[in-house]
Design a protein around this ligand. Sequence first.
Ligand code: FEO
Length: 401
Amino acid sequence: MRPVEIKDGVHWIGAVDWNCRNFHGYALSSKGTTYNAFYIEDEKKVLVDTVPAEFESQFICSLSHLTKLEEIDYIVVNHLEPDHAGCLARMVELCKPEKIFVSPMGGKALNTFFNCEDWPVHVIKPGEEVSIGKRTLRFYETRMLHWPDNMFTYVPEEKILFTSDAFGQNWATSERFADEVSKEVVDDLMTQYFANIITPYAPKVAKTIETFQGLNLELDMVCPDHGLMFRGDDVGYALEKYKELAAQIPKNKAVIFYDSMWKSTERMANAIASGIASEGVSVRVMSVKANHHSDIMSEVFESAAVVIGSPTHNNGILPGMADALTYVKGLRPQGKIGACFGSFGWSGECVKILGDWLEKMNMEIIEPGIKAKNRPDHDTLKDCFEMGVNIAKAVKEKTGK
Ligand code: FEO
């Protein structure tokens, strides 16, 4: 895509990755992603972030539409992850910048990514300001949004905040701003992105938003490094949406995810789902064979109750279930009700193992797990239904619905 002037002298120079389908374990289905980077034309010419290395030639071409590369004075590195610093070494080589701005943690990590001994690195002090002519760059450290090195860059004269990964969405589009597409789609994509990338750092997000609101920065535009940018009224929407996501307030719904060998555990899952639905609570039933773990995580993120099932397999649980649980546990969703179930043939460890997973995820276990030998009989399915009813009652109590 050609550069887009988002304000006088401030240009989007990102790359649209139409074909990206897996973003370190987060499946993007058919949506792809966008890497945003920016160029500011002032007395000092400034590059803010770059794009992945595979887009290097396109990136150089975009930037060359706007300036001679050797005229770039400053490079701001808001984040070192290769989706944003993938072209940094090449840019340093071509631009020979006067200064490269990184956060304190970025300064510590820079030489673990690059041979940067002779680079003109300037490690910022949080809140530090640098004049670039008519405008100013002000840097804020935002550790763990999403790595230790992340920072935001604010341009007060333009009222623009460049936020790196925060407020991003994974979506390949020709549109650049959230007000050019349906708000429902943006809402859904922000939630999926948060669930699959930012959830472990939710407490940091809450604190960061609170800190920024306390600073009373004037904001016309919030520009993340992924997906659509926010301007005008959408700035407030983006901030409120992140506050809401960081609070992890569950919806009046439950998710059941499971694996099954010969459909016995699946029958139990469906009976539990019937019990949950009978109480008017929404429920999703997700086989790990039919659903990617990142889609499961998006449902877990929104649900008040998480019910997990697997038959016993080689004294353990099925590997597909272990995969999904590893992914979900790593993202540390908080404040969930948990329950488990599964069939077995002889040794029957599944429910104990699944219960241990629930405990490790700090879930509130409200029901003993249900086991079925070989095939769930009528009484066992009735127990599963009753378990569903009890889970739904607990969900309603938790959500006040
Ligand atoms: Fe989009 Fe943490 O990189």
